[in-house]
Every structure is written in C-alpha cells, then in structure tokens.
Design a protein around this ligand. Structure first.
Ligand code: DQA
Length: 145
C-alpha cells in the first residue's frame, strides 16, 4: 500500500501562478500536485495537497497528518517567519518533515531569513522554484524507504 504524504501550503499560495510570477513563477498549486504525484509513483508515495490562508487551519491539518500521513512537505509561506504554533504542531508529528520555499528566502528581505519551522524540518529546500516540491517528494521516498 502506498504511503500518504501531505503537502501543506500556507497563506497566499492559493494564488500561485498569478501572484508575483517574477518571484514564484507561473505554475499553479494544481501543477505542483500533478508533479508531486508523478514524483511519488516510483517510491510508492501518494499525495494530498492542502492550502490554507489561516494559521489554525494549518495546525489542524498537521494534527490530521498525525493520523493519516507518513510524511509532511510544508511551505508555510509567511507563517514560516512568525508561527510558533505551526512549529509546535509539527513537533507533535512523528514522521519526516521537509520544508519547501519556492524562492530563496536567504536572498530576500532580512525578515524572511529566519524560519521557525526549520527548527523541526529534517530538510529545507529554498530557491528551486516549484520544482522544490518534487525534489522534496523524491527525498521523502528515500527517507521512507
Ligand atoms: C515563500 C517565502 C515566504 O517568505 C513568503 O512569505 C511566501 C512564500 C516561498 O515559497 O518562497 O509566501 O514561502
């Protein structure tokens, strides 16, 4: 049976493809889901992609992952830089957690350089565009093999 990976996305990522395309590109979250499903085939992983603009909803998605997912790939978006609640929720999850940022947060404004989530993440990908999600899927396959 395939292992389930939750791909969680924070605020404003519902607008991916339309939002600041010079920074985040033209692909949408639907494209990300398709690419991740493809990347998961060989290692036997299935994906559920979720997005919320609300911090508490993201916390609840992580609680749901505790029961239903083997691993989490998360782009917490702006909450990366502010949310102890999301960090605490991730600390209750026992499987691997990979953090993805589409842009290279270290090349941008100073307030984006720190991510609370990185204190829990088993790996971080930043600046690989939306391809970072598929790369994270590939690594998830290695971690869960
Ligand atoms: C982001 C980077 C964050 O600083 C920003 O708030 C986002 C997206 C990224 O994917 O590059 O919304 O997480």
């Amino acid at each position: 049976m395939s292992k389930m990976i939750y791909i969680l996305n924070g605020p404003n990522l519902n607008l991916l493809g339309k939002r600041e395309p010079e920074i985040y590109g033209h692909d949408t979250l639907a494209d990300v889901e398709t690419n991740c499903a493809e990347a998961g085939k060989r290692p036997g992983l299935s994906v559920k992609l979720l997005q919320s603009n609300h911090e508490g909803e993201l916390v609840e998605m992580i609680h749901d992952a505790r029961e239903n997912a083997a691993g989490i790939i998360i782009n917490p978006a702006a909450y990366s830089h502010t949310s102890v609640a999301i960090l605490d929720a991730l600390n209750t999850f026992e499987g691997p957690v990979l953090e993805v940022h589409i842009s290279n947060i270290h090349k941008r404004e100073a307030f984006r350089h720190h991510s609370y989530v990185s204190a829990r993440a088993d790996g971080v990908i930043a600046g690989f565009g939306v391809n970072g999600y598929a790369l994270a899927m590939q690594h998830m396959g290695t971690l869960l093999a």
